[in-house]
Design a protein around this ligand. Structure first.
Ligand code: ATP
Ligand code: MG
Length: 381
């Protein structure tokens, strides 16, 4: 009898030690996880990017690039990722990969020319990060086709590209891949133009759904960062159309030379009812004034010009001359830096190679976290 008691005591004691041991281990894991997630989720991380479908233009500059450079130089961010979205470009350029290929260098040159500093910002090429496509595949399961079809930006792009009767599946789904791009870097801030607001909303929905299905704390829910000024959120084209866009071909490119910019300003849409100089003019929808609002620092002078134009007695030629001076002031230093980097293409490619390596390591960490939460990390690798 005593013998059985002592065995039972031993079993109980060792079970108790085991339980305490397990509990301590569990506690240690919880604490480590807490520290890890607090650390990750309190970091300030930016992700943004552009499609290499052409050179970058003034719309990119005021909508996103100018803000990126300002945020980069503020020193407030722990990590900044800038993505050249070649895979996204292929969703509507599947037949012209050479165009996408050649614009990788153009976009990189434009980045460096506006002041994106590879020592502070990681510039990388989307297609070289396989983790993004893996993440996209998992997100695809939690997004419905009807939700994708409701996206207003995609809707207008489908009409613009005459895709109504046959939409490439990849194109319809690019907001999902964009959600993967943003979340794969734990980005909490995404500086973009207004057309990207529906993509950010979709990303936030995906993050919430992932948390609902697989537990809280897996991903970071990002915020959009729009320029303060309304006109910069969606800069119109030189033809007066709602958006300056490579696809619409109504752009002033950052690398346009002085004579090209002058010619484009000369043709710029103003007020068709303002025929004689003495006629009172309209400034609403008048692209020259919109650009002055977006670029001129002397706001008092712009206000004075607007007042004079509306009163009558101020011709388009004079306002355009002032816009030319203002744009030259912005573009001249950009052109200079562009020429410097253009002469060193190997150095630019090395910047992209290094950035891509760094971005791959980060995306891999996040993907592992997602797979753990989804219980598909069978071999813990
Ligand atoms: P594409 O015609 O190939 O779609 P795009 O000119 O629309 O080219 P994107 O590469 O799609 O350029 O856009 C990159 C970034 O620039 C996004 O953040 C977008 O919001 C911003 N952007 C593009 N055009 C404008 C614009 N006219 N005004 C403000 N932001 C813009
Ligand atoms: Mg676009």
């Amino acid at each position: 009898m005593i013998f059985w008691f002592s065995i039972a005591e031993k079993i109980l004691a060792s079970t108790a030690v085991g339980v305490i041991f397990l509990y301590e281990n569990f506690l240690a894991c919880v604490i480590i996880n807490e520290i890890f997630y607090r650390g990750v989720f309190s970091m300030k991380i930016i992700l943004t990017g552009d499609r290499p479908t052409g050179k970058l233009h003034l719309g990119h500059y005021v909508g996103s690039l100018r803000e990126r450079v300002r945020l980069q130089n503020s020193g407030e961010f722990d990590e900044i990722y800038i993505m050249i979205a070649d895979a996204q470009a292929l969703t509507d350029h599947a037949g012209t990969p050479a165009k996408v290929h050649e614009n990788i260098l153009n976009v990189a040159l434009d980045y460096l020319a506006v002041g994106i500093d590879p020592a502070k910002s990681t510039i990388f090429i989307q297609s070289q990060i396989p983790q993004l496509f893996e993440l996209t595949a998992y997100y695809m399961n939690i997004v419905t086709v009807s939700r994708l079809e409701r996206n207003p930006t995609v809707k207008s792009e489908i009409a613009q590209k005459n895709f109504e009767t046959s939409i490439p599946a990849g194109f319809l789904c690019y907001p999902v891949s964009q959600a993967a791009d943003i979340t794969a870097f734990d980005a909490n801030l995404v500086p973009v133009g207004e057309d990207q607001a529906p993509m950010l909303e979709q990303t936030r929905e995906i993050v919430r759904k992932m948390h609902e299905l697989y537990g809280e704390g897996i991903l970071v829910e990002p915020e959009i960062f729009l320029p303060q000024s309304q006109v910069c959120r969606r800069l119109p084209g030189i033809d007066g159309k709602a958006k300056m866009s490579k696809t619409l071909g109504n752009c002033i490119y950052l690398s346009d030379d002085s004579a090209t910019v002058a010619a484009k300003i000369k043709d710029m849409y103003t007020d068709p009812t303002h025929i004689k100089i003495s006629d009172p003019g309209h400034i609403e929808g008048n692209v020259v004034f919109t650009y002055l609002d977006a670029f001129a620092e002397d706001t008092a002078k712009v206000a004075e010009l607007k007042e004079h134009y509306q009163r009558g007695g101020l011709g388009d030629v004079a306002v355009k001359k002032y816009l030319r001076e203002v744009l030259e002031e912005t573009l001249e230093p950009i052109r200079r830096r562009h020429a410097q980097y253009e002469a060193r293409p190997d150095e630019v490619m090395d910047i992209l190679k290094e950035g891509t390596k760094k971005a791959r390591a980060k995306a891999s960490q996040v993907l592992n976290r997602v797979k753990r939460a989804m219980k598909i990390d069978y071999f813990n690798v």
